[in-house]
Write a protein that binds this ligand. Sequence first.
Ligand code: AVJ
Length: 320
Amino acid sequence: MTAEPLEIYLEERDLAEGLRHDVRRGLTDRPRWLPPKWFYDARGSELFEEITRLPEYYPTRAERSVLAARADEIAAVTGAKTLIELGSGSSAKTRLLLDALGRHGDLGTFVPLDVSVSALRQSTARLAADYPGLRVRGIVGDFTRHLDRLPAGGRRLVAFLGGTIGNLGPDERDAFLRAMRAALEPGDWFLIGTDLVKDPAVLVPAYDDAAGVTAEFNRNVLRVLNRELGADFDPDGFDHVACWDADREWIEMRLRARRPMRVTVLDLTVDFAQGEDLRTEISAKFRRSGIEAELRAAGFAARRYWTDEGDRFAVTLAQA
Ligand code: AVJ
């Protein structure tokens, strides 16, 4: 089957409005910040795919090994008819789930949801070609806003993989998980991938690789602002910084001004002092107790918890 036309809940206009709103809030705040979702234009999505292949970036491989080992169990336990994937990107690891659910026999529809039109167009076309008989309904949307648009009914499994929930702070996670629970019927399933707390000597290089791909990914957000808002950032005027916040147990990515810079964006004039940071991402790391407590607080019951052999990454299967 060919993929169905994308259902678009984020119009160009909507996206542009959201970007302007976030830029105004984040760049006038101290310390300055930007939300990570703006990394993912076509180039940013490509750079992220490149990150997933870096030797230092273990989460993708660790999660894939868990899914490879457990996909059949996930299919058997959930018996899902509809697989929904939030922040689906290229949906590469999701093929493990699609294969297992297909073997199990009940899967009819796959619904990837992502903010990136380019990533969705590619992934839905490929999936529809590779899975004849599967209905592929791509949704252009934001998983913090459009959970109420997910197709209803019929033993649903929502997958939120890659550790993407780590991009949200504790309060945002709580709000997201409650909204997720509210969008599901009792008995529906939620599969969530979370990167685990570990030695910073392993964590930090995963966000500051030797080849400099993550640095380019980080600077890409400035190119997005230049193109979309006519800003005049000099991306090379910023150093890429990744640091581990041991108290809050998250990685922070920042862009640090190498020299004093004045930037014009929208109607704002933003002065960066030399050494001043712009925070571009948090990537929270988890412990089993915390994951289960957060799920429980939102009304989910954790039914299975698996990690890879090195205990680097966890996949939790919860039920609404
Ligand atoms: C896509 C949010 C899971 O936090 O590890 C990778 C993004 N940022 N390298 C992560 C990311 C820098 C990634 N997530």
